[in-house]
Design a protein around this ligand. Structure first.
Ligand code: NAP
Length: 306
């Protein structure tokens, strides 16, 4: 008899999650029979779900809002970036022992590599100071970025994010601004700056990677950038990365392309964080390039219909 390997994504709301489309094509390569379900778990219902996972044969699950932090005390351990981020998007169940991981930052790094860019020595200009900006900042610091500037409509949130990121990196034992160990890529001369969104034009000049980490321009969102003049200030070689994936080409990306700048949308990060989770679920390595295009094809159809 075939064993059905069960996986899930939990969160609230969960209806629009694309996780089944991202994970199933990959998981089907490793498991003969596989299920991946979207499970609505509301705030307050997490302990009950965790009890269920320990008794039912659920091999692993992904986590989205609002549980990425709340799940930590309910796990048996954390590994990798989850230890630094204090946030979990993937849980693997190994005979009832639940381990939490976070694949978001690494998903971002791999999606950048796709464009031929790395974070080491990079100058990043990030718009937005929310959850995803925090992940990007922690990844960029640990990969040796030379400068990170965050612009937000509430600049005090950008300042707080940078302050907290420095503290997090220090507390996790990585020497920041001190002598570097062999495996420590942190740039001891790294600069961190913050400001308001209307400083985008003056701040754009030195940026290698310009990132939109706000929902401005997202389908269904009323507001978009009022003025895209800041794009003209970017270097010709700069990358404009919009973390939004629906629509695939936001007004920001369209305008950047028209100026001849390189662009990237949020699908890359979404797919890579998913494949990194699948590698943990399957406990097997696989060719990310081959799987990437397979998942992307499936997702493009779905994203169009959202
Ligand atoms: P979040 O925690 O809610 O943070 C959103 C940030 O954008 C905050 O700084 C917020 O400012 C700002 N913001 C919201 N509305 C704004 C507006 N009208 N004008 C100017 N700034 C505004 O959200 P998040 O999780 O960081 O996600 C941010 C974006 O990244 C979303 O579009 C999301 O879809 C995308 N994302 C993509 C991926 C991927 O894999 N591609 C993963 C995660 C997120 P306040 O703090 O002042 O409200």
């Amino acid at each position: 008899m075939k064993i059905t390997h069960k996986f899930a994504v939990i969160g609230s709301p969960i209806g629009h999650s694309l996780s089944p489309e991202i994970h199933l094509p990959v998981l089907r390569r490793f498991f003969e029979a596989v299920e991946y379900n979207k499970v609505e778990v509301k705030k307050g219902e997490l302990p009950e779900w965790m009890k269920r996972v320990r008794t039912e044969p659920i091999r692993g699950f992904n986590i989205t809002m609002p549980h990425k932090t709340d799940v930590i005390p309910l796990l048996d351990g954390l590994e990798g970036d989850a230890l630094v981020y204090g946030s979990v998007n993937t849980v693997v169940n190994r005979q009832g022992r639940l381990t939490g991981y976070n694949t978001d930052g690494e998903g971002f790094r791999l999606s950048l590599l796709q464009t031929g860019r790395g974070l080491e020595e990079a100058n990043l200009l990030i718009l937005g100071a929310g959850g995803v900006a925090r992940t990007l900042v922690l990844k960029a610091i640990s990969e040796g970025a030379s400068q990170i500037t965050i612009l937000a409509r509430n600049p005090e949130k950008a300042e707080a994010l940078l302050r907290e990121a420095k503290k997090t990196i220090r507390e996790t034992g990585i020497a920041f601004g001190e002598s570097m160990g062999a495996n420590n890529k942190i740039n001891k001369d790294m600069r961190m700056e913050y400001g308001s969104l209307d400083e985008a034009a003056e701040r754009a000049k030195g940026a290698d990677i310009f990132i939109n980490a706000t929902p401005l321009g997202m389908e269904g969102m009323e507001s978009d950038f009022a003025d895209l003049a800041f794009l003209k200030e970017l270097k010709r070689e700069a990358l404009v990365y919009d973390l939004i994936y629906y629509p695939g080409e936001t007004r920001l990306l369209g305008a950047a392309s028209a100026l001849g700048l390189s662009t990237q949308n949020g699908l890359g990060m979404l797919i890579y964080q998913g494949m990194l989770a699948d590698r943990l679920f399957a406990d097997e390595d696989f060719d990310f390039d081959e799987m990437y295009y397979m998942v992307k094809v499936q997702l493009e159809g779905k994203v169009d219909r959202l």
